[in-house]
Design a protein around this ligand. Sequence first.
Ligand code: AMP
Length: 544
Amino acid sequence: MMGLMQQHPLLISGLIEFAARFHGDTEIVSRRVEGDRHRSSWGQVRRRAMRIAHGLDQWGLPRGERVGTLAWNGYRHLEIYYGVSGSGRVLHTVNPRLHPEQIAWIVNHADDRVMAFDMTFAPIIQAIAPACPRVRHWVALCEADALPADLAQAVPGLLSYEAWLAGQSDALYAWPQLDEQEASSICYTSGTTGNPKAVLYSHRSTLLHASAAALPDVMGIGARDAALPVVPMFHVNAWGMPYAAAMVGCKLVFPGPALDGASLFELMDDEGVSFSAGVPTVWLGLLARMQQQGRRPRALTRVLIGGSAAPMAMIQAFQDDWGVDVRHAWGMTEMSPLGTACAFKAKHEGLDEQQRLQLQTSQGRPLFGVDVRVVDSAGAELPWDGRKVGELQVRGPWVLADYYQSGQPSPLRDGWFPTGDVVSIDPDGYVRIVDRSKDVIKSGGEWISSIDIENVAMSHPAVAMAACVAVPHPKWDERPLLVVVKKPGAEVQARDLLAFYEGKVAKWWIPDDVMFVDAIPLGATGKILKTRLREQLMELRTSA
Ligand code: AMP
């Protein structure tokens, strides 16, 4: 029997209409490429998103066509999010940290017809424009008088965003009543080998994901919060924050290009930021700044850490030193991206400090909407005993069914998406990532978790950043090597660092050696780039 409820599609235009209607004067604050701080509101974002929609109509851009962006987190990017998807076009956020050749490949693969970009990325645009003949309009996110003449000459069809918007009608735009299953945005995986793969999100998947993300045990945001996404809007839609924020009507604070600890601290402090989200590497800078200042940004109470494993020392520093709650979360581009988040249950009240921290280093429980299982190499399901380790598989309404135009068969197995992450799951459903399957260290037929090894190193006071990689070994196949960046001014010897492991991990897990370096290569999303690190080590070994 059919239920007698109304049928309304879940649409991104509905989010901006809601935010403008009920939270129209709630602020959207952005640090801009121009260097200043800009103040807007949900009401203004809606009006300018409508101008974008009028402008795209005027260009005759059909529904379903792609509009690309190469931009920092800021109000203009937010306007484009809503103007493009709301009017039925597909937003394609491109990661500017990729190599220009890869960017051109992605732009052409997605068949972007419009590209909007922050002036920081003008050199990239200049480099890729000749290779992207299908892009008809290049939109610089600046005022008309900020357009450099040489760029205009090099890039045919270049115009200023502000001039373009000023030329559009201010009339209310009638957002189309789309099918909620239609595509709303597209994001490419930051594939470290081969060409990146395209994940196409729908209006429905985006709204369901946003409502799960906002829940108390995940981001836990509401209308009184001021949220600052450090996670970039150019990768997996800043973990859904631009949508979740509209859904709850909170203030948004955008850092623009200034992601160093001092800039983040100042912006958070001034704007009363209560919640923020980012990868572990960005928090190192903020924590160092908090240490210097002897306090936290005044209103900061919660941070979501994900993208790679949050070290225990980082969780501890936020919570014990500064009273900032940590939510450790796991996800993937293929999952919009949130899959699990680590919040306590009532039964954990009685745990002691160490047990609570230990639990928080797990990636947490699945969000409602995400189903998980762990399987062995033959595909047989493993028990949730917190010990058996296998591949994590997921399914749900915001999990990928197939890559967009990959030319490959769907990656699903019996309807489950294989994540490539090696995990155990405990009886309460807490997922613990042991490693990426390609990063796990296989020593003497057993596995060593590079994440666990890194976590221990990160708790040493002299260590700023640590990465553990496998090096070939004649007897054991592979052995762990620890690569370390020391904190400025700190001193530690390899043998002391290795001794520090005793009693903390099994003896045979202790790395064979430590290598001190000035920097560890980071990928386009701020994660340690182990492929590159392994290549660098190989180069060193062959040249030695
Ligand atoms: P991406 O698609 O670029 O977002 O990368 C997704 C991958 O990042 C996952 O498959 C994991 O290997 C890794 N990852 C994400 N969050 C975490 C986390 N909290 N702990 C460990 N690994 C993570």
